[in-house]
Write a protein of this length. Structure first.
Length: 383
């Protein structure tokens, strides 16, 4: 176990906290035998617990506490005080006086490390799943929150899949799917990592009186090509920049209208951001929450970037800023997926197996969407 260096104030607080716990345990031990000990357990007049005053009583009290020898040295009161039960203040003073002893210092450091361990536990880890690396960044000028997942597309234990939301609501009719939240899709299809997918349009709910409402179950169409498990369920009206996963496992970013026959998965965006390592210029300089996909030059690494926006802690990014960011992350090609209130990154906690929204969607909660891009890692704990 590694002991992490911490500020002096935290060390002092930790020592006080550990010592309070020891003092509490001492009070409970001293109050054994059915006697009630309360907030003022050190005061006979208020606690109902009499203090041992004789030598026999003192020995009885010491037998009940049964401190390990190391702690006995630390917690033993000053000479001449065994006729009184030490209170928390006395114990604290004793702890601080003996903290410089080598053996006690070791125990103190060990307890401090154990006390601090829950504070140091952070999810998600840098590598939450084999072949998947994750990190996030917070910047101040301008304020930004970025969430980055890098996927090794050559790892045979990883699977990239595009999933629609709910079922097709009208069969051969005009609508292709129904809206679902990304966490619901991820739970249904067992994704370990997921982000929102294509731009989409929705049918205005019959009860809506103003703007269309994004609700689970609302009928929807994706704007562009979409393929799930080799089945093309949407075709674009024009070529759109898309991430294409072929049956051979090859992954590419290319412009697609009608999905190729050997496509296993396709998700489409609206604009190309980086092409052959160069920034693609756009007149639109608006900043919004964004979801972006990119590939390195060898097409072995898929980079997924989510940027929060439309809120005080994160202003969002323009197309030009996104392009620069993806080049910084080592991408030779990159596309912009649906963004705004749809932007979300969902990750499954390997320990609890629960799904977490990592970013802060601008709607205040995740928005139901038409489809998602998901990553599944083969693991021994999968049931």
């Amino acid at each position: 176990m590694a002991v992490v260096a911490q500020p002096l104030e935290k060390v002092k607080l930790a020592e006080q906290s550990v010592f309070r716990r020891i003092a509490d345990g001492h009070t409970l031990a001293a109050g054994a035998g059915g006697r009630a000990g309360g907030e003022n357990a050190g005061s006979p007049s208020t606690s109902g617990v009499s203090s041992p005053t004789s030598g026999a009583a003192s020995r009885t009290w010491r037998r009940r506490t049964r401190w390990p020898s190391t702690f006995a040295r630390v917690l033993r009161p000053n000479p001449g005080t065994f006729g009184q039960r030490p209170d928390a203040q006395t114990l604290g003073q004793t702890w601080m006086m003996t903290i410089t002893r080598p053996a006690t210092l070791f125990v103190s450091s060990l307890l401090l490390a154990l006390w601090s361990a829950p504070l140091l536990a952070v999810f998600p880890a840098e590598q939450p799943f084999p072949g998947v690396r994750y990190h996030q960044e917070t910047r101040q000028s301008p304020p930004l929150r970025l969430f980055v997942a890098e996927v090794d597309v050559t790892n045979p234990r990883l699977r990239i899949r595009v999933s629609p939301g709910g079922p097709d609501p009208d069969g051969p009719g005009a609508w292709e799917t129904t809206l679902m939240t990304p966490t619901a899709v991820a739970a249904r299809d067992g994704f370990d990592l997921a982000v929102n997918g294509d731009f989409f349009s929705i049918r205005k709910p019959p009860t809506a009186t103003a703007a269309p409402l994004y609700q689970p179950g609302v009928w929807a169409n994706v704007v562009g090509p979409a393929v799930s498990d080799g089945r093309a369920w949407s075709i674009g009206d024009r070529p759109r920049p898309s991430l294409v996963v072929r049956a051979t496992g090859r992954v590419a970013i290319e412009r697609v209208a009608k999905p190729p026959a050997n496509a296993r998965a396709i998700v489409a965006g609206n604009v190309m951001l980086v092409e052959r390592g160069n920034i693609v210029a756009h007149q639109n300089q608006d900043k919004h929450p964004r979801t972006v996909l990119g590939l390195n030059g060898q097409r072995t690494r898929l980079v997924i970037l989510v940027v929060d926006g439309r809120q005080g802690g994160s202003s969002g990014m323009s197309y030009g800023e996104l392009a620069s960011e993806m080049i910084r992350l080592g991408c030779q090609s990159a596309i912009n997926l649906d963004g705004g209130g749809s932007t979300v990154m969902v990750l499954r906690d390997p320990a609890t197996r629960r799904w977490r929204v990592l970013n802060q969607p601008s709607d205040g909660q995740e928005r139901p969407v038409a489809n998602v891009l998901g990553i599944t890692a083969a693991r021994a704990d999968r049931r």
